[in-house]
Write a protein that binds this ligand. Structure first.
Ligand code: MG
Length: 495
């Protein structure tokens, strides 16, 4: 059933919202262009323009009549689900706009845009000391932000909530406590098995970028008939998805000289994000609940496609010929399957496999929480990072570029983002179980997409993560992914 907005106040809200929506729309395109085609000298003025648009959006958003309308609608007792969703999302934005002083927001934006450039430099030259003063300031400002936003237990909770509504450190801690030992166990069985190998030959196989890009296109055409019409793919330094509307959603992928799985799995991962936005109900376009807002649900979609489709035998069989053309030699399904599903501790989070990935997140969570709550010092971070890598993964980064400096998130001001990656991955496994229990097999793409649309995508941001799970008669349950990993890797590594 198509959702309709009946409440008079909500109708007025939606009409006015088209203005800030339009500004977000063009901001989105400017960001996408910045990451894909903008000449590098364009960065300075693009930053100026975006900062102006963002303060214009804030002004428009804080218009007295509009704010009043939101509060009037909030008091209404007869809101439908979509109407309630509109109010919920707007109240969240309002909270940030009202609680954070404009001077603070401006200072934070200036700090993080400089810090991103300094971070890139520091990473290129392996110089943590260069980045440390900026990192200190970013964490100080995040602590200050938590005070502005307010919290009950830990200031870190206020930061987590920015990325996942209602998420607390206690939630994340109990999740990590539940998965830590089982994952350690699985990893130890893998690394002690006879089949374990640190490097597989296919990781070092060079590939033809042109040919691999044809494979990526072919994958997207198979998944989505609107590829090229309401959905496109480009190249960027780091893969990402952005959606302006369900009629214009874009992903990027990346290419290296070797290790073609990185490119293929990134394409499939980003497709999962894109599908969420592409399948949002058309009636929700241009409203505050257009597309998905929960980062955990979003990541559950991308990981579902990456882990359960991209790494599946079915998918590998289907594209084997194309992979052969890209690497220029004969391949077997078994070799490619082992390569796509290889587990081995590694330095970089973005290259980590399904088992070791979460240790990378645990260490970031512990560090972020430690700094925000005041126990850890920025200057000690390289050492703390390395000792945690040793503790969790048994390896030590040789350089800070491969250690504490590897991720862009902190330089951009994001503290509290990382846990959504692990939570989303675990939730992804639950969707897979639901889909299989429903009677679908991986490879029935059209039917899988329909299922995802009906149970998740069409709602856009109508529901919180918790409410969406309740609506689907589900509970967040980490044991589903743990069981899947145990079963799958016992088979692959023979334990
Ligand atoms: Mg993602």
């Amino acid at each position: 059933m198509t959702p309709v907005f009946k409440n008079k106040k909500i109708k007025e809200i939606i009409e006015y919202y088209k203005l800030p929506w339009a500004l977000s729309y063009v901001t989105g395109i400017a960001h996408w262009d910045l990451e894909t085609y903008m000449p590098s000298n364009g960065a300075g003025m693009r930053g100026e323009a975006l900062a102006k648009i963002s303060s214009l959006r804030q002004k428009i958003f804080l218009d007295k009549n509009f704010v009043n309308l939101i509060h009037q609608a909030e008091r209404s007792k007869t809101l439908s689900d979509v109407e309630g969703g509109v109010v919920r999302i707007l109240l969240r934005s309002l909270k940030y706009y009202e609680k954070l002083p404009p001077s603070f927001v401006e200072e934070f934006e200036k700090l993080t845009s400089t810090a991103t450039v300094v971070w890139r430099n520091a990473k290129d030259t392996n110089d943590f000391k260069l980045f440390a003063p900026y990192l200190s300031k970013i964490f100080d400002m995040n602590r200050q932000m938590a005070e502005y936003l307010s919290y009950t237990k830990s200031p870190y909770d206020a930061l987590l909530d920015q990325y996942e509504e209602g998420l607390t450190s206690k939630d994340v801690e109990s999740f990590f406590t539940e998965i830590k030992d089982p994952l350690k166990n699985i990893l130890s069985q893998i690394t002690h098995s006879k089949k374990y190998s640190k490097v597989l030959p296919l990781e070092n196989a060079k590939y033809d970028k042109e040919k691999l890009s044809e494979v990526n296109d072919k994958i997207l055409k198979l998944f989505w008939s609107g590829f090229g019409k309401n959905f496109r793919m480009d190249i960027s330094a780091h893969p990402f998805t952005t959606s302006f509307a369900n009629t214009d959603t874009r992903i990027t992928t990346w290419y290296h000289d070797r290790d073609f799985a990185r490119s293929v799995l990134a394409t499939v991962h980003e497709f999962g994000h894109a599908l969420y936005d592409l399948q949002c109900d058309p009636a929700l376009q241009m409203t505050p609940i257009q597309g998905g807002s929960s980062l955990v649900i979003h990541e559950s979609q991308s990981r579902f496609w990456e882990n359960f489709v991209g790494r599946s035998r079915n998918f590998i069989e289907y594209f084997l010929n194309d992979f052969q053309k890209a690497v220029g030699r004969k391949l077997s399904v078994e070799d490619v399957y082992a390569y796509f599903n290889k587990v081995s501790p590694s330095m970089l989070r973005v290259e980590a496999d399904e088992v070791t990935y979460h240790f990378h997140i645990m260490l970031r969570f512990e560090i972020e929480k430690g700094i925000i709550e005041g126990g850890l010092k920025i200057k000690d971070l390289p050492e703390i990072w390395n000792s945690k890598m040793k503790e969790y993964l048994g390896i030590t980064p040789k350089t800070d570029s491969d250690g504490v400096l590897q991720d862009i998130h902190w330089s951009g001001g994001s503290v509290g983002y990382f846990p959504t990656y692990s939570l989303g991955t675990f939730l992804g496994a639950q969707w897979e179980k639901e889909i299989v229990d429903y009677g679908l097999a991986i490879g029935e793409y059209g039917k899988m997409e329909k299922w995802l649309k009906d149970h998740i995508h069409k709602y856009g941001s109508t529901y919180t993560l918790q409410d969406l799970l309740t609506k689907n008669k589900m509970k967040f349950d980490p044991s589903v992914n743990l069981n899947y990993l145990r079963k799958k890797y016992a088979k692959i590594y023979g334990f």
